[in-house]
Write a new protein. Structure first.
Length: 391
């Protein structure tokens, strides 16, 4: 079977790339091991939540995937309040002060996945292979051949690996990956709150990790606690009432009493920086291309920016240009490397800075946080980078 482009992985980032290429004229194969589960008909909440910056919400809206979501299950963030491990050190961001409508949108993973899946299923230029598993990848001078486990052979000019942090495509292409574990887990859960959050997000840099409260519709929040392994195991073993008390106490009782509405889950945190995002006829996007610490909530945003940039390169290529040409793919790599590296340096640096017991560093980091709060120009630049207007 002949295609222009094969995308391996129909998660959020892979599906967003395919959706962005709906009017490209490219014949696309989308490979996915299993279809997303149908959205539940009850009032439950997904415990995997993402903060989507406004620029990426606009990107998803171009394919109809964003506007098609149930907006009653999405919360806008109007303010963000960050505290250091000294109670007097804080940094505040306000959408109103920045002259924008919102800083971010908080949305469930399964909600966005369902919207993107429905979008790509309706595309006339896409053939979906699901469920399907990859068996072999052979990259030649003129094309690449992807063999599925059922024996079917797919040929294309370009293979895109959007298959996550343990990417099969990356390994098959011979792109070396040496991730560095943080020795932390991201502990996630959702709660009902006694007090209204007023569309504010909260974050505390603590000696035992980094805790974030993210607003959900109504009096609900999602939390991400980047906790060292021992603490993560302790938190995951707690009975629900004790877990609520620990999260409530760690969040300084900011939103009053908490009631657990989804069981906690944990995922390991790591840093992955690749020397190459592309090789002849192969490109990587999303978690296959980079992993970052979640303290800034930018992991999936970087992935959507990958998809947007790769789509732009493919759409703007010369009419006779092979979409798997290495020099063409290098345009995508050059456009993304600086942004990815700057976000990794920022998040990795903050993680090291705030998870260090040295008293001098403690003074410096908290002083820096408070100083930034009073430097309007620097604060607005940080805010505009986070919402996708810079970078």
């Amino acid at each position: 079977m002949e295609f222009d482009l094969i995308v391996v992985g129909a998660g959020l980032v892979g599906a967003s790339l395919v959706a962005a290429l709906k009017d490209s004229g490219l014949h696309i194969a989308l490979i996915e091991g299993r279809a997303p589960s149908a959205l539940p008909q009850d009032a439950s909440w997904d415990n995997r939540i993402y903060a989507i910056n406004p620029a990426n919400a606009r990107f998803l809206d171009l394919s109809g995937a964003w506007s098609g979501l149930d907006q009653s299950r999405i919360a806008a963030v109007h303010e963000m309040h960050i505290w250091g491990d000294d109670a007097a050190a804080r940094l505040d961001f306000s959408a109103y002060q920045a002259g924008v409508e919102e800083l971010a949108f908080i949305a469930e993973s399964r909600l966005m996945q369902d919207g993107l899946w429905r979008a790509v299923q309706g595309q006339s230029n896409v053939e979906i292979f699901c469920p399907a598993a990859c068996a072999a990848l052979d990259v030649g001078d003129d094309a690449a051949m992807l063999t599925l486990q059922d024996g079917r052979a797919l040929h294309a000019k370009l293979i895109v690996g959007a298959d996550g942090r343990d990417s099969w495509v990356r390994a098959q292409a011979g792109i070396e990956a040496q991730p560095r574990a943080y020795g932390q887990d991201g502990v996630v859960a959702n709660f009902e709150t006694e007090k209204p959050h007023r569309n504010s997000a909260y974050q505390w840099f603590r000696e035992d990790g980094i805790l974030a409260y993210l607003p959900l519709p109504g009096n609900r929040i999602s939390i991400v606690w980047s906790a060292f392994d021992a603490l993560s195991q302790e938190l995951m073993a707690l009975p629900p009432d004790e877990f609520c008390s620990r999260v409530q106490e760690a969040g300084k009782n900011t939103l009053g009493k908490l009631r657990l509405i989804t069981p906690p889950a944990a995922f390991s945190l790591r840093l992955l920086n690749l020397d190459q995002l592309v090789k002849p006829r192969v490109a990587l996007i999303g978690d296959a291309a980079h992993n970052v610490h979640p303290l800034a909530g930018q992991g999936v945003n970087l992935g959507f920016q990958d998809a947007q940039q790769l789509a732009r390169v493919l759409l703007q290529r010369e009419s006779q240009r092979d979409c798997g040409d290495h020099l063409l793919l290098r345009r995508y790599e050059r456009a993304r490397k600086e942004d990815i590296l700057s976000m990794q340096l920022l998040t990795d640096g903050l993680q090291k800075l705030f998870n260090n017991p040295d008293p001098l560093l403690r003074t410096l980091r908290n002083t820096g946080l408070s100083l930034t709060n009073h430097l309007g120009g620097l604060k607005n630049r940080l805010m505009r980078h986070a919402i996708g207007e810079l970078g």
